[in-house]
Design a binder for this molecule. Structure first.
Ligand code: ZN
Length: 288
């Protein structure tokens, strides 16, 4: 993804007047792949676009036969900022309502697909966490807070606004979970924070063993939108989704609802709900 993101910067340094980046992705479906692309602030802004893997191969063949001329028609534009919102709902804790466990996904997506796997699935499994607690009549000690983050793809502005709004309440954030790697089968849980979290998660992993989601993986971060909370020491988590097929569709016109398997989606909701419940109801908060 560094080729897409930093492609224009490298191209300008090499004296290019424009840049075409071969689409990242795990499959050749002739799908161009979009996403965040940056020019250096003090360098000229050059036209930048993605080409499909197939067309990149064609261009390579043609250039081996002689000079190739390309005409770009690029229609994207950056419009002025407008107001938009994170969507937040609390399932209030019974003993420590001020202590919060965040369960989250992000609400925005690139406009060429519908954003079903990135990140409609993450929003839905987070909503399902509160729904399950409600349906089962479970009222944990601490508050479970659903957050649908706005504007992750453009640079996590929603997460930055949340951090600014809750600056004085970070110590009361007991844990944060984000699902942002699709909806395929979860093999377990990523955790970011103190090493002791691995031990603390053992009983959670035991419960999730029933659906094959018992693996515990230490990671530096657990999600783009909760990275600010992670940096402030809030124990952070994400389901370890099977991502083998995620980048076949991610940020393309093929990111649509038919790519989601209801059984796997349910498994992801189970990981989110069991973990959120453990964080919200354990007598002692998770180590931080
Ligand atoms: Zn995403």
């Amino acid at each position: 993804m560094v080729y897409r993101g930093a492609g224009p910067i490298a191209a300008v340094a090499a004296g290019a007047v424009a840049v075409l980046v071969r689409s990242v992705g795990g499959a050749d479906f002739r799908l161009p792949h979009t996403g965040m692309t940056e020019c250096a602030p003090d360098e000229p802004k050059i036209p930048a676009a993605a080409v499909t893997a197939e067309d990149a191969d064609l261009l390579k063949d043609l250039t081996s036969q002689g000079p190739v001329k390309l005409h770009f028609t690029l229609t994207p534009q950056t419009l002025p900022d407008a107001s938009s919102y994170n969507v937040i709902a609390d399932w209030k804790g019974t003993e420590h309502p001020e202590q919060v466990v965040v369960v989250s996904g992000h609400l925005d997506s690139w406009d060429l697909g519908t954003g079903a796997i990135d990140d409609g699935a993450g929003v839905v499994v987070s909503m399902q966490t509160l729904h399950l607690l409600k349906e089962l009549g479970i009222h944990p000690r601490r508050t479970v807070r659903f957050v649908a983050w706005m504007s992750e793809e453009e640079g996590s502005e929603g997460a930055a606004a949340y951090m600014a709004d809750h600056n004085s309440a970070i110590a009361n954030h007991i844990g944060a979970i984000e699902s942002d790697l699709g909806a395929d089968h979860p093999a377990g849980i990523y955790y970011a924070g103190k090493g002791e979290l691995g031990q603390w998660l053992r009983p959670v992993a035991q419960v999730l063993d029933a659906i094959g989601a018992e693996t515990l993986v230490s990671a530096p971060e657990a999600g783009e939108d909760i990275a600010g909370l992670t940096a402030k020491g809030v124990p952070s988590f994400a389901p370890v989704q099977d991502s083998r097929f995620y980048f076949n569709y991610h940020h393309t016109a093929a990111d649509t609802f038919d790519k989601i398997d209801p059984k796997h989606l349910n498994e992801n909701a189970a990981v989110m709900a069991v973990l959120a419940y453990a964080l919200a109801d354990s007598p002692e908060p998770a180590p931080r």
